[in-house]
Design a protein around this ligand. Structure first.
Ligand code: MN
Length: 244
């Protein structure tokens, strides 16, 4: 039996809707600029730009219903509602025609972003880690398995802050659909069971502040809700929020 120098942290995991099972999370990948209207609002050209991939640590997960303390080192925290793919079967160089076979399920996610740090990083050609991979930056609702709920090719995707609609689009508007995202990502990384892929956000991203309640949903996939609370209002960093 392996002896560790200190007890290993609990495995990050996400609830599976309608069951007491949990989905163990291996890695979190994200797609940038996957809706033409959001690509334009960020100053890009949707006709010419290939998918942008970045990642977050699996420990960045925060479950629906958990408070989200306003993170340090930003004054411009943004919401980004996204469809999340939960990979159940790994693979590399996945055939786009077979890509959906790798999906265990889907969830509603929110890719929280320090927009001010992202803008500064972009201006200097620097990496996005501090803008994207901070603690509790990856909010996620319970996963809905394909076996029960099928695949998600279309459906309204929306986000509201304090009951006011901020983002609304259709998943069918994604520049690279679920199969294309999986196939392309698998050319860079050998996908593993437990990988999550945040597939990008539509237009309407904007700031949230302590006191705000952020609700987001995708038709047929449920609702993700988190309250933004004061910095430090939650003690410590729970490295496995999803594991509780
Ligand atoms: Mn995003």
């Amino acid at each position: 039996m392996t002896r560790y120098v200190f007890p290993p942290p609990p495995l990050p995991a996400v609830a599976v809707a309608g069951t007491d099972e949990r989905f163990p999370v291996h890695r979190i990948y994200c797609v940038g600029k996957n809706y033409a209207d959001h690509t334009r609002e960020m100053g890009g050209d949707p006709r010419t730009e290939p998918p942008v991939f970045f990642d977050k640590p699996a420990t960045a997960l925060v479950a629906s219903g958990e408070p989200l303390p306003y993170p340090p080192r930003t004054t411009n925290l943004h919401h980004e509602v996204e469809l999340v793919i939960a990979i159940g079967t790994g693979g590399r160089d996945v055939d786009p025609a077979r890509a959906l076979d790798h999906v265990h399920g889907y969830a509603v996610g929110n890719d929280y972003t320090r927009r001010d740090l992202q803008a500064a990083a972009k201006a200097k050609g620097q990496p996005w880690d501090t803008a994207k991979g901070f603690d509790r930056s990856a909010a996620i609702a319970p996963i809905r398995p394909v076996a029960k709920h099928g695949h998600v090719a279309r459906g309204r995707i929306w986000l509201e802050v304090n009951g006011v609609l901020r983002q609304q689009a259709d998943v069918a508007d994604m520049t690279w659909n679920v199969g294309a995202v999986i196939a392309e990502l698998s050319r860079y990384f050998e996908l593993q069971p437990g990988d999550l892929i945040y597939t990008g956000t539509p237009a309407g991203v904007g700031a949230v502040v302590p006191g705000d309640v952020v609700r987001a949903g995708i038709d047929g996939l449920g609702v993700l809700e988190n309250a933004i609370v004061a910095p430090g209002a939650v003690a410590g960093v729970d490295a496995a929020a999803g594991a509780r």
